[in-house]
Write a protein that binds this ligand. Sequence first.
Ligand SMILES: Cc1cc2nc3c(=O)[nH]c(=O)nc-3n(C[C@H](O)[C@H](O)[C@H](O)COP(=O)(O)O)c2cc1C
Length: 269
Amino acid sequence: MDPFSTSYESNPVLAGIERRSSMRQFAADRPTPEQRQAVLHAATRAPSAGAMMMYSIIDIQEPSTLERLAVLCDNQPFIAKAPWALVFVVDYAKWIALFEHVGCFTDEFAERCGKAPRRAPHMGDFAIAAQDAVIAAQTAAIAAEAVGLGSCYIGDVVEQAEQMAELLELPPHTMPLSMLVAGVPAKERPATPHPVTNIVMPERYRPADGATLDAQVAEMDAMFRPHATEPGERVRDIYVRKHTSAFMAEMDRSVRAWIDNWTGEKPLL
Ligand SMILES: Cc1cc2nc3c(=O)[nH]c(=O)nc-3n(C[C@H](O)[C@H](O)[C@H](O)COP(=O)(O)O)c2cc1C
């Protein structure tokens, strides 16, 4: 960060990005209506493909729903203790409804526009709409930091598709892709170290050579396993705890079900 330290200190947006860390412990005070409004408004200011806003934000404060989310999201009890959760749903159901509403699926319109009716969204629509949803989520996360709230993503929101669809009443052509829990931080947390090796590639993709892999391993061990006795402890730990985990097997199963819900081939509800 050295070359940029001046602007990162003096620029409030960059300083907030630098300061943010995932918050998993929240104070008893609840986010104020002004803080909540600032975060929700910021989300809607995020870039959106064609300004189509292909997402919905489920704004959750009900303790029983937070408790259920804690269980469905791989049993993470801190979710139930958070005052607020936002589920960012990739949403094409609203566009299907709009198309229907203004007569796009009628024979008369098909003739007028010269296009065969196309109803269900497919994977291309998903690639774009998913970006909309995640960009809105990250804009909300930055806004939360800016108004003094802490937040944490919950990737496990894509698990347990059947029960999640029922809990949040998610129709065909939707998928909950991102979730943030947020609240007043219980205490300040130092920023988490983030590796930087082998991320930015000038002009084209460059597969890592042996020296680069060694540098990545060393950087990660220094950050996350400072007492490692052998190089590679952090990478082996990720392999065991994440790459080969039961939660990843469940995500894999569940995301397939969500994709079938997205296209409408097999609606979950
Ligand atoms: C897509 C995504 C999913 C995540 N899922 C979880 C989660 O389920 N539980 C959790 O405690 N943290 C989760 N996190 C938070 C990360 O663990 C955290 O961002 C990472 O350790 C880096 O720390 P920092 O956010 O403090 O910089 C997730 C973050 C992202 C971006």
